[in-house]
Design a protein around this ligand. Sequence first.
Ligand SMILES: NC(=O)c1ccc[n+]([C@@H]2O[C@H](COP(=O)([O-])OP(=O)(O)OC[C@H]3O[C@@H](n4cnc5c(N)ncnc54)[C@H](O)[C@@H]3O)[C@@H](O)[C@H]2O)c1
Length: 262
Amino acid sequence: MSKHLPKASIFITGAAAGIGRETARVFAARGWRVGAYDVDLAGLQSLKAECSGDITIGTLDVVDAEACKAAVAEFASADGGRLDVMFNNAGILSVGHFEDIDVRRHHAIVDINLKGVINGCLAALPHLRATPGSRVISMASASAIYGSPDYASYSATKFAVRGLTEALDIEWSRFGIRVMDIMPLFVKTAMVTDIEQPISIGRLGIRLSAQDIAQTVWRAAHWSAWRRVHWYPGIQTRAMSLANALSPGLLNRATVKTLSGY
Ligand SMILES: NC(=O)c1ccc[n+]([C@@H]2O[C@H](COP(=O)([O-])OP(=O)(O)OC[C@H]3O[C@@H](n4cnc5c(N)ncnc54)[C@H](O)[C@@H]3O)[C@@H](O)[C@H]2O)c1
């Protein structure tokens, strides 16, 4: 029997499309063991067909906490329980006036974008604890820098992911686990290209690709300098974050109001 050489491993939710899919491709191409999970089995099958790397696929709805536990445990058990990175990426978006969006859709946004991340963190914890240098990386968004009109529920969930990340990064330092989030402006994926373009996209443009975010996830997975919690991919996102930190609240409000056409 050949000697088993452990590979670093990443579990990715929402891996059938967009950022999750590109991240799966990047990590698999660079020799990682990738767990690609999503509600979209056909998308996962086409991902597996086009990648030559070590990719395990499985259907998973992140809203189901027990299913998350079982999927992460099954993936990690293939390598003695090891898990280097949990990437909480699955998310959905609806854009429009708050009152025009059906309450069930608001609730689904909270269930997937926030509860899904909580479920992912809990499911991954035993395996991350068993793996030195492990980390959680979650997709937040630039809409967690200042509340985004027309994206109110979405923006609220991303603020929540940001808060969860900051809190767990401190809590789980006692287990040696780093917890980070990624906060980009618009990324060219179906999430924003397949919707009626809101004014904010017209004014800011879509300047990031899924590949840009996958590279950021790669850097976050390897970062070993200071304890960096938030990642802002691209100059535009970094400028927005810096301006928000340095400007008074009223100026930030006025800027966001103008950018979103109110
Ligand atoms: N695209 C952007 O502009 C942008 C910007 C900032 C942050 N983000 C965040 O990045 C993440 C990925 O977004 P994307 O742009 O790749 O979107 P996308 O729509 O291209 O892909 C999202 C994937 O999540 C999957 N998914 C949806 N609900 C799920 C569930 N309940 N369980 C498991 N999988 C589920 C979908 O099937 C899809 O494959 C999201 O969290 C999103 O909020 C996106």
